[in-house]
Design a protein around this ligand. Structure first.
Ligand SMILES: NC(=O)c1ccc[n+]([C@@H]2O[C@H](COP(=O)([O-])OP(=O)(O)OC[C@H]3O[C@@H](n4cnc5c(N)ncnc54)[C@H](O)[C@@H]3O)[C@@H](O)[C@H]2O)c1
Length: 228
């Protein structure tokens, strides 16, 4: 049974926790907020019926979650670290350096960031070569996609190990060849959202017409072969 450390346990960190638990892993979570454990427990409890219906892995158990008091204890003996702290560059730079300082150098540390490149975030780390982005879609325990990409100082073995790890947990992984601002899936979503706003603002279509044009149109085709 693998042990994953989840650093930051809000909407996305908690979603990762539920995913890893459902895949039969041990999870050690660390989050500095005083109500973090309550929020996390509620999130995992709310997710568990759906995860049970989808099929839990052998040994999957909510009791395999421990909420840990310090960052160093959380990452001790972890096979993989997933950081999901607030989207603030300075916070991420410091936190990733702090995680790096207390985690064995052969362990990959992944950030859930949806806005920053790893090149910007890994600047203060002593072992930046094992830092990658593992960008999920919300909620990470239901939507398979993870975009994996390293920064300028990341080594290929870390990207490969992160991709293998996520695939082993049942995720669909896109390994990016380069850092792309905003990540692919969000960029495509935003492109459509921009056009929807543009049509509404121009009086060309209503919100209801736009939604129906996708839910009962190409939205039915895209899950099978994508937009291209
Ligand atoms: N919400 C989404 O749809 C989504 C999707 C993909 C990726 N992300 C990314 O996931 C990350 C987390 O986003 P979220 O939506 O879960 O935010 P959130 O506000 O729900 O959770 C952030 C958590 O981090 C904790 N935290 C605060 N300071 C911390 C610190 N110094 N160290 C560790 N934890 C700390 C907070 O207590 C909170 O529980 C962000 O980088 C975001 O860009 C979000």
């Amino acid at each position: 049974m693998k042990t994953v450390a989840c650093v930051g346990a809000g909407v996305i960190g908690g979603g990762w926790v539920a995913h890893f638990l459902a895949r039969g892993m041990r999870v050690k979570a660390w989050d500095p907020a005083p109500d973090a454990e309550d929020r996390l427990t509620r999130l995992v409890d709310a997710a568990w019926p759906a995860l049970t219906e989808l099929g839990l892995a052998e040994h999957a158990d909510k009791a395999n979650l421990s909420v840990i008091g310090t960052l160093a204890e959380a990452t001790d003996q972890a096979d993989f670290v997933q950081e999901s702290a607030p989207e603030k560059l300075e916070l991420k730079q410091k936190l990733l350096a702090d995680i790096d300082a207390v985690t064995s150098p052969d362990v990959v540390i992944a950030s859930s960031t949806s806005g920053y490149g790893m090149s910007e975030m890994q600047v203060a780390a002593t072992h930046p070569e094992r830092l990658v982005v593992g960008h999920p879609f919300n909620p990470p325990y239901l939507i398979p996609l993870v975009e994996v990409v390293g920064g300028n100082l990341t080594q290929q073995w870390a990207v490969q190990r992160a991709a293998d790890f996520y695939r082993g947990t049942g995720k669909t992984v896109i390994v990016m060849d380069r850092e792309v601002p905003g990540f692919i899936a969000n960029r495509l979503q935003e492109a459509m959202w921009r056009e929807a706003l543009h049509m509404v603002a121009n009086g060309e279509a209503t919100v209801e017409q736009i939604d129906l044009s996708i839910t009962d149109g190409p939205g039915l085709r895209w899950p099978i072969h994508g937009p291209c």
